[in-house]
Design a protein around this ligand. Structure first.
Ligand SMILES: Cc1cc2nc3c(=O)[nH]c(=O)nc-3n(C[C@H](O)[C@H](O)[C@H](O)COP(=O)(O)OP(=O)(O)OC[C@H]3O[C@@H](n4cnc5c(N)ncnc54)[C@H](O)[C@@H]3O)c2cc1C
Length: 333
C-alpha cells in the first residue's frame, strides 16, 4: 500500500499567496505550483506555528505534500535547483533559529494513511500520522504495544527517525520496517537493523532520506477497555510529572547514563532559571519551556548555560536531544 492511495492530490499551504517576497537566498519569491500536482511551494513561510516551541523564523521555501507523488516532485524541484532540503514532522523535537531555514523545508505532517492488519497484528502508517492519535486508535481496538507513546506529540516519521521512547519502550522495539525516500527519488524499505538504532538515535538522523511510511508490530486481541485504561494511566502520569501547559520540545538533553539529565540540572540549582521567555521548567528540569514570547535565541542560550553549569559542577557534557535547525549565534551574553 502506498500513501498516494490514501490521500488527495492537493498540498496544504493554507495561506496561498502570490505576492512577491524577499527570500534570504533569493531562490524564489512567489508561490510555485509543482508540475502535474496541485502542490504549492510557499516562500518565506513562518515556521513558529509548525514547532511545539512556537518559536523560529521563516523557511526560504516551504511545502507540505499530501501524497508520495507530491513529495517526490518537491524533492525533484529542490534537486534541480541545488536547494538544501530540511524535513519537518510535527516539529515537536526542534529548535528552529530565529533567522529561519534556508532552502526548502518539506513538512511531512500531511502524509496521512493508516491500516491495522489484524492477520499480522501490524499497523502500517504514513509518516505524517500523529503518534497520540495512533495510540488511542490502537487502544480502542484492543491492540497492545503503543500505550507508552501517548504523551509523545510527534508524527510517525519523526518517531522512526528519533527512535522515540518512554517507559522503557521505544519505536525500534516494535518497528517491522520503514519506507524511506532518497533525494534521487528511490524508495527503499528498511529493517530496524539497517537503521542502526540505539537510545534516541538512528542512522536517519542528520541524513537526507525522508521516512514516508512505517509498519509496527502490535498485539491485537486484548480487551479495549483495559488497553484504554493503561493508556489513560500513562497520560495521567505524564501530565503530573511533565510540563504540558507551556510550549516545549519535551526532554532537551539525552540522559548521560547512569544519570538522568533532569536530576543533574535540578541538583545544579537551575530549576526555574530563565533567559528571556525561556525557563528551566519547575516541574521537570530536563524541560525548557516557553513562558511566553521566548525567542529561539533565548532557548539556545539557556541550553548553553545549562551545559556550562552542569559541566562545571559534574564534569559531564549534556548532549542535546533537541534538533537545532538553522544558524545560532556562537556567543550568548
Ligand atoms: C511535551 C513533549 C513531550 C515529549 N515526550 C517525549 C518522550 O517521552 N519520548 C521521546 O522520545 N520524545 C518526546 N518528545 C519529543 C518528540 O515528540 C519526539 O522526538 C518525536 O518523535 C518527534 O517527532 P516529530 O514528528 O515532531 O519530529 P520533528 O520534531 O519534526 O523532527 C525531529 C527530527 O526528525 C526529522 N524528521 C521528522 N520527520 C521526518 C521524516 N518523515 N523523514 C525524515 N526525517 C524526519 C527532522 O528533520 C528532525 O531532525 C516530546 C516532545 C514534547 C513537546
Amino acid at each position: 500500500m502506498t500513501i498516494s492511495q490514501a490521500a488527495g492530490n492537493v498540498c496544504t499551504v493554507s495561506t496561498l499567496n502570490t505576492k512577491k517576497h524577499q527570500t534570504t537566498n533569493s531562490v524564489e519569491s512567489e508561490v510555485i505550483y509543482l508540475p502535474n500536482t496541485d502542490c504549492a511551494i510557499k516562500p518565506q513561510a513562518s515556521l513558529s506555528a509548525f514547532t511545539s516551541y512556537r518559536v523560529g523564523g521563516a523557511a526560504d521555501l516551504y511545502v507540505a505534500p499530501r501524497n508520495l507523488e507530491a513529495l517526490q516532485a518537491s524533492l525533484k524541484y529542490a534537486k534541480e535547483r541545488d536547494l538544501k532540503v530540511t524535513t519537518l514532522g510535527a516539529g515537536s523535537n526542534l529548535l528552529v533559529s530565529d533567522r529561519g531555514i534556508s532552502g526548502l523545508v518539506i513538512a511531512t505532517r500531511h502524509l496521512r494513511f493508516s491500516n491495522f492488519d489484524p492477520d499480522k497484528g501490524q499497523l502500517t502508517v504514513a509518516a505524517g500520522e500523529s503518534i497520540p492519535s495512533l495510540v488511542w486508535a490502537a487502544a480502542e481496538l484492543g491492540w497492545q504495544g503503543l500505550e507508552w507513546a501517548v504523551g509523545i506529540p510527534g508524527t510517525a516519521g519523526g518517531a522512526v527517525v528519533m527512535n522515540a521512547g518512554a517507559h522503557n519502550s521505544c519505536i525500534a522495539d516494535m518497528l517491522v520496517s520503514a519506507q524511506v525516500l532518497s533525494p534521487d527519488g528511490t524508495l527503499e524499505t528498511l529493517t530496524p537493523n539497517q537503521l542502526g538504532y540505539s537510545y534516541r538515535t538512528s542512522l536517519l538522523q542528520g541524513g537526507d532520506r525522508i521516512v514516508t511510511q512505517a509498519t509496527l508490530q502490535l498485539a491485537p486481541g486484548a480487551d479495549p477497555a483495559k488497553v484504554v485504561a493503561i493508556t489513560k494511566q500513562h497520560k495521567k502520569h505524564r501530565l503530573s510529572t511533565q510540563p504540558y501547559n507551556f510550549p516545549s520540545c519535551g526532554s532537551v538533553f539525552r540522559n548521560p547514563k547512569p544519570y538522568s539529565a533532569g536530576w543533574l540540572i535540578e541538583q545544579t540549582g537551575l530549576k526555574g532559571y530563565q533567559i528571556g521567555g525561556a525557563q528551566v521548567a519547575l516541574l521537570h528540569a530536563n524541560f525548557i519551556v516557553n513562558r511566553g514570547g521566548a525567542k529561539a535565541s533565548d532557548i539556545f542560550c539557556l541550553i548553553r548555560h545549562i551545559q556550562h553549569q552542569v559541566q562545571e559542577r559534574w564534569a559531564i557534557n549534556l548532549e542535546p536531544e533537541v534538533k537545532m535547525l538553522g544558524e545560532f549565534q556562537s556567543a550568548c551574553g
